[in-house]
Every structure is written in C-alpha cells, then in structure tokens.
Ligand binder design. Structure first.
Ligand code: F0G
Length: 468
C-alpha cells in the first residue's frame, strides 16, 4: 500500500521546545521504577506525549500577544468582557460563567441542579461528567447510538439513541431526569462526531418533555467540521454558522476549553436561564472565584477569547482532522487495528484484537502502552480493563470494559507529521514481535480511578524480552 500524503501545516514555527529520547536502557529503568504505570513517568522522560489533547495545545502568536493584554482586576476585568463577547458570539447564550476547567463547570452545574436519585442522560458521559453526577447522588446513563461499535467507518457514530431516549423519559418520567446532555465530539466512544440531525431530534424530544438540554462541548469545532464534511446540506456553511445552529438547539453548554479553546487551562458555562445563572454564581463565589474571573487569571481569559475564534478557522480544522486521519492510516499500515473512522482528537488502537494472546484480565491495552514507551519513548494511554474494570467502589459490583483500547491523543498544533511517522515506525516494530508481549497483574490499586495510581507487575517475562 502506498504511504498516504502528509497534510500540510497552515502555520510555521516561531518557538521550539526541545524533546529528548532516552536510551533504551534508561527507558527500561524508568518504566520499572514507575511500576509499569505510564502516569508515574516524568514528562521529561517522555519523547512524544500523546497522553491527552487537553491543555496541551500550542498557542499562536496572537494568543501570546493577547496574554500581555490580561487585565488582572478582581471584578469586572476587561479580559472578562472580551471573553464574554466571544463566547456569546459563538454559543449565543445570555450568561457566561468562566470556570478554571471543564470539571469545575460540571461540579458547579450538578451541585446546583441535581437532586439525589435523578438521572442525567448523555450520548456518552466523559469520566468527570459521570463522576460529578454520581458525586451529587445522581445516576449517569449513557445512550450511544446502536451503530457505535459497528466494524465499518460510519460518519456519525457519536450520535445519541433517540429511541432509547424517548423510551427512558416515558418510563421514568421527566421529574426523575435532571438534564439531557450531548457530548461533542463523543470522546469516550473514540472522538466520534454527532450529526446536526441527531442534535435537532434530541432537542425536539427535550422541548416536548420540558427537559433542560445542555452540551458538553469540549471539541465543538471538530464536531462542526465533521458536520460540514459529512452531513448533506452543510458543505458550504461557515463553521461559525454551523456552531450557531448547533447551540441554538440547546439551553446551555459546559465546556472544557483546554481542548477547542486552544488554551492550556480554562472552561465555562453559558446559558439563558437567569435564575439558574444566579444560583450557580452564588455557589461559585464560595468555591471558584468572583464571576468575572472564575478561578482563571485575566490573561487566560484573553488567550481563550482568541483561541475560541482561531479554532473555527477552516484551514486549521482541515489540517487538524486530516492530521489525525493521516496518523490513523499510517498506524493501520504498521499493522495496528484501529477504531474507524478516526475521530477528531485521537486514534484508538484495538489492543484486544492486536494482542489476542493476552486475556482482558491481564490488560492487553497496558501491555501495548508499556511497549510504546519501551520501544519508542512514546506515552499513550490504556482505555480498557485497567481503566474501567475492577470493583465498583460504591456498589461492590464487578465492572468490565467494553473493549481493550489504547488512545493516542494528538495535541493541537504541537507535533509534526514526522513525529507521527516515527510513532508509526515504533508501532511496526511492536507489531513484528507482538507475540512476545506478556500481560500484567496489579500489585496495588486505589478504590477510585485506580488507573492513575496503580502499580503493576509483569506476568510473563516476555514483555522484557521484546524490548531488550
Ligand atoms: N468533557 C469531556 C468530553 C472531556 O473530554 C473532558 C476532559 C472533560 C469534560 C473534563 O474537562 O479536563 O477540563 O476538567 N478530557 C480530558 C481527556 C482529560 O484527556 O480526554 P477538564
């Protein structure tokens, strides 16, 4: 198969940050010292870091310039006014509440509106959204569309199952439901896009039942790009118009701006309901800060005001989505089975399919994650039985992961296509000797979110062999 053409960057580089590949022996030592948990490795010991696309973007010259305009006044800063104007312009809501990141927006929202025992319905909850729902005594329910696991590259696998949504509301009644949410793009199922058709249908159902409808819109611009590319009728529409149409369908949004805000920190809530705005800001003053800075510095708000506009640039988005697609294509050429289509922010490798000889309870995703570090100094993250398995800390139930995946998230404007080529070469080397990879067992784990801090041991000596 011919190598796909590299997409060309719509920017040039003005400032560089050196990165270094440690010698293989040093990498071996580092991973052993980290008890084979990639979260325990210092960033300085990583060559290419694909742990997340969150807070890892490179800022533009305009953003660096905006930083100097930061107004650090406690109340009514000009930075907030600039930020507020941009957010209103894109999301079309009356009230804007800055927050230091996405999960603080979730915490404020659910602390304010959720009554214990109520449901929150979502196409698929991101971990922190689920966690914040549960923390306030709520029940998080996922309603992904039936095509989500289809082994074919359908365009809108991020959609919500509207038939199940209607049925759920009929069965439980609207009083039992705090809100309906739509996560765009749908991170937990592979950064898959949600169609405008689906958004409008969910909106219609919510209106009919008088249920609040909110977006979790961390990657809204990437979702708009997919709508323009793949949904009939949107080919010629500017991204900003698509965004306006999308957000006109909802009552409000919560955003982690560490993704499509092209910033290293930040988030917000935007909404129309004045009474809810009042209640959230009352709480916010206690826990986050005054409503015109929300736990952020004035300069962060200025950076976001620029980033939120910049992210909708069609050349940037074309490049961004093409780069992730290119990465997926070269990984497939290197023998990696991936989730198709490639999503907006990451490529997901099916480690369960690649390492069929390692059973789920021995964490094939972690075996591949460790192999990426040992073979190439690359940090990726397991999204399988290590992250989602184990025992439910509240109910004591045994948990299982739907699939054994490994996520390679691509930071925005940070790595070049040559970095991605290098990773594909690492993948090909792993693939050539994959039978030698062995599984892992856990020697220590915490009750909640064990993957962040657990310690692991190699079960078979094979994993050492492949990398010696
Ligand atoms: N919603 C979605 C869809 C997310 O992907 C994230 C974070 C959050 C909310 C929480 O936002 O981190 O600013 O508090 N996702 C990161 C990731 C951590 O790696 O996917 P936050």
């Amino acid at each position: 198969m011919e190598k796909p053409r590299q997409p060309t960057e719509p920017y040039r580089v003005k400032s560089v940050e050196p990165i270094k590949l440690l010698a293989r022996q040093e990498r071996q030592q580092k991973i052993e010292q980290a008890h084979y948990n990639i979260f325990n490795i210092d960033a300085a010991d990583i060559y290419i870091d694909l742990l997340t696309d969150s807070g890892t973007s490179a800022m533009s010259n305009r953003q660096w310039a905006a930083l100097m305009m930061g107004d650090e006044s406690y109340a009514g800063a000009q930075s907030f006014r600039r930020f507020e104007k941009v957010v209103k312009g894109i999301f079309g809501k009356k009230f804007v509440i800055p927050c230091h990141q996405g999960r603080s927006a979730e915490n404020l929202m659910f602390s304010t509106i959720l009554k214990p025992g109520q449901y929150v319905l979502n196409n698929t909850h991101f971990d922190t959204t689920r966690g914040n729902t549960q923390h306030k005594g709520g029940i998080a329910v996922d309603l992904p569309c039936p095509e989500v696991d289809a082994p074919v590259p359908l365009p809108f696998k991020g959609d919500m199952d509207t038939r199940r949504l209607e049925a759920f509301i009929e069965e439980h009644g609207r009083e039992k439901i705090a809100m309906v949410m739509m996560t765009v793009t749908n991170n937990s199922v592979g950064g898959q896009a949600v169609s405008m058709k689906n958004i409008k249908e969910v909106s219609r159902i919510c209106k009919k039942h008088r249920l609040p409808f909110f977006f979790d819109c961390a990657r809204f611009a990437e979702n708009c790009f997919f709508i323009r590319r793949d949904e009939p009728g949107y080919e010629d529409k500017p991204i900003k118009e698509i965004a306006a149409e999308m957000f006109a369908a909802c009552d409000g949004v919560m955003m982690s701006a560490k993704k499509d805000g092209l910033a290293n920190i930040g988030g917000f809530i935007a909404l129309d309901d004045e009474e809810l705005y009042q209640r959230i800001t009352d709480l916010m003053i206690l826990v986050e800060g005054f409503p015109t800075y929300g736990g952020l510095a004035g300069r962060d708000l200025d950076i976001l005001a620029v980033g939120l506009e910049e992210v909708m640039d069609p050349d940037y988005l074309q490049y961004r989505i093409d780069q992730v697609k290119y990465f997926g294509d070269i990984l497939m050429q290197a023998g990696m089975p991936i989730v198709e289509p490639t999503g907006g922010h990451a490529v997901f490798i099916d480690a369960g399919a690649l390492l069929g000889h390692i059973p789920a309870e021995q964490f094939p995703g972690q075996a591949l994650t460790v192999a990426f570090y040992l073979e190439g100094g690359v940090r990726v993250v397991e999204i399988g039985s290590l992250m989602f398995g184990g025992t439910d800390p509240v109910t004591g139930e045994k948990l299982s992961a739907p699939r054994e995946l490994v996520r390679l998230a691509v930071p925005r404007r940070v790595y070049t296509n040559s970095h991605l080529d290098y990773i594909a070469e690492v993948a090909a080397r792993i693939n050539a000797r994959k039978e030698l990879l062995g599984g892992f067992k856990i020697s220590y784990q915490s009750r909640f979110l064990r993957h962040f801090t657990c310690k692991l041991e190699v079960i078979a000596p094979r994993n050492v062999e492949v990398n010696s």
